[in-house]
Design a protein around this ligand. Structure first.
Ligand SMILES: [Zn+2]
Length: 517
């Protein structure tokens, strides 16, 4: 009989923050967990955003196979992205593999899983979840009503962009969000049988974007922010109390870590100033008509201008003599003939253009102090392979400490005064229970290894094509050779787009979370 596994996902958790918090007495549950179990650094994936990272974690594949590169997706037309949703995922997730093998799972608030889809068990939320939509944020749909009866409202994620000066109120909202998801998880833990239970807390990521330096450099708000981690630790304790760790395994994982951040740059502006990108802003015809009406009926002009800004903003168009642009995080695409609608770089020119763009990006200096900003420009071809690698970034950017990439256009270098941290490649993984080694530190584990390892704990082999391997360094015993890989019906990654209204609501949420412009 396979053991059950409880996984607690901590979005953005990083040992460089958690170790000092444990030493400071803020996280006694985690401290005891690490002391008696096994822990390691979890190497994340590029681009290092929650969508690509969690999808890699729950499929065991690189983004070239699962097709999720960011919160938005590139289209054939530069500067016209669409919002990513769960239909995009192009490789079977662990929940589908478990379902095919007759096992059951519960998953709560896994960021890429909205809209939820049918599995053997229950799926709730996902970061795109906007509870006011017609479609349910749970699968099965009726579970939403049950959860709300049991715990009250399913709280939405908390936007923080544009809320400078409200940091303390935000902290209270994030504590409430942790409390809410903990209650949802406790309700489901008690309600139904499961083989794999996976509850994600996204709030640590939000807190660390706003308070990273307060936390790591012990700024004036440290003791207030510390309270968030005390509450998070309590939530972890409450969930672990629900399982018998002599019989069940518990795994803590994050999707990426964090690093200090002070300045950001618009990579499209850097490309434009290097002569590699040209664009124009085209106003929709409706905007011109409304503006004309405003000139005739002057009292209405202000209102009409608001309508124009909201409904008919100018559309940015890449011009054909551009060679590169950026639509996704940490990434640059070449303006490739036959792929981009404006494409002009021929296949024979790709290598020389890639070298040119790389050298121009590496030459870029912070205008304030003359320091280099981009540490490395990596070839996307080395990182992405699979059925969805046609959309893969051609170049990946790695910044020097303190800097991060933005894919806007207009500002070279600017500062977000209330954003102190951005993602890094160093996440966490820690296990406790009969399958895991005791009182041990293990070497770095890849995020791609989580799914094959969780499947091995169930005595199951990962689907053919999985990139990760079983992280034996975490385990007490090498698992018995698994049964045949589970035959899971293929996912096409054929995107079912949101309705226009949903698309705008999700975009608004992502702007509030700092993930898109
Ligand atoms: Zn994340």
């Amino acid at each position: 009989m396979a053991r059950t596994t409880l996984v607690i996902g901590l979005d953005g958790a990083d040992w460089s923050l958690l170790n000092p918090l444990m030493e400071d007495g803020a996280m006694p549950t985690l401290k005891a967990f690490v002391a008696s179990g096994v822990s390691a650094t979890l190497e994340s994936i590029r681009p290092t955003n929650s969508m690509s990272a969690w999808t890699s974690l729950m499929t065991g594949t690189n983004p070239g196979k699962h097709g999720v590169y960011d919160f938005v997706r590139k289209t054939d037309t530069p500067f016209k992205t669409t919002v990513t949703n769960s239909s995009v995922i192009g490789f079977p997730t662990i929940w589908e593999t478990l379902t095919a093998a007759g096992r059951s799972s519960c998953v709560i608030d896994m960021p890429p899983l909205y809209p939820p889809f049918e599995i053997n068990g229950a799926m709730i939320g996902g970061m795109g979840a906007v509870t006011s939509f017609d479609r349910s944020y749970t699968c099965p749909a009726e579970l939403a009503g049950e959860v709300e009866n049991a715990v009250g409202e399913f709280l939405p994620d908390v936007a923080w962009v544009g809320k400078a000066g409200q940091q303390e109120e935000l902290l209270e909202e994030w504590i409430a969000l942790v409390d809410n998801r903990r209650k949802v998880a406790e309700y489901l833990l008690g309600k139904q049988a499961w083989d794999l239970f996976f509850a994600v807390f996204v709030a640590p990521d939000r807190v660390q974007h706003v308070f990273w330096q307060e936390l790591t450099e012990r700024g004036p708000l440290y003791s207030k922010v510390r309270r968030f981690y005390e509450k998070l630790d309590e939530a972890i304790a409450r969930l672990i109390e629900r399982v018998d760790t002599t019989e069940s395994d518990v795994l803590l994982v994050s999707d990426h870590g964090f690093r200090t951040f002070h300045d950001t740059f618009d990579v499209n502006q850097v490309l434009a100033e290097a002569g590699l990108l040209k664009w124009q802003d085209v106003e929709p015809m409706a905007a011109g008509v409304l503006r004309k009406a405003g000139r005739i009926v002057k009292p209405l002009a202000g209102r009409l201008e608001q309508v124009i800004q909201r409904r008919y903003p100018a559309q940015r168009e890449l011009l054909e003599d551009s060679v590169a642009y950026s639509d996704l995080s940490e990434s640059v695409h070449l303006n490739l003939a036959g792929r981009e609608s404006t494409g002009s770089v021929s296949p024979g020119e790709v290598e020389s253009v890639r070298e040119l763009v790389t050298s121009k990006l590496l030459e870029f200096r912070d205008p304030q102090n003359g320091q280099p900003v981009i540490k490395e420009v990596l070839d996307g071809g080395d990182y992405f392979h699979g059925a969805h690698d046609g959309d893969a970034p051609d170049l990946l950017l790695e910044c020097h400490d303190g800097y991060a990439h933005n894919n806007g256009l207009g500002r070279v270098m600017f500062r977000w005064t209330y954003c102190q941290g951005v993602h890094s490649m160093n996440g966490i993984i820690a296990g406790l229970g009969p399958s895991f080694r005791q009182s041990a530190n293990a070497s770095t584990v890849s995020i791609l290894d989580v799914t094959p390892t969780l499947l091995a704990l169930q005595g199951l082999g990962a689907p053919d094509g999985t990139d990760g391997r079983i992280a034996e360094e975490l385990l007490e015993q090498t698992p018995q050779p698994a049964e045949q890989p589970v035959a899971v019906s293929e996912r096409t990654g054929e995107a079912t787009p949101y309705t226009e209204e949903e698309e705008e609501a999700v975009r608004e949420r992502l702007r509030g979370l700092g993930y898109i412009e």
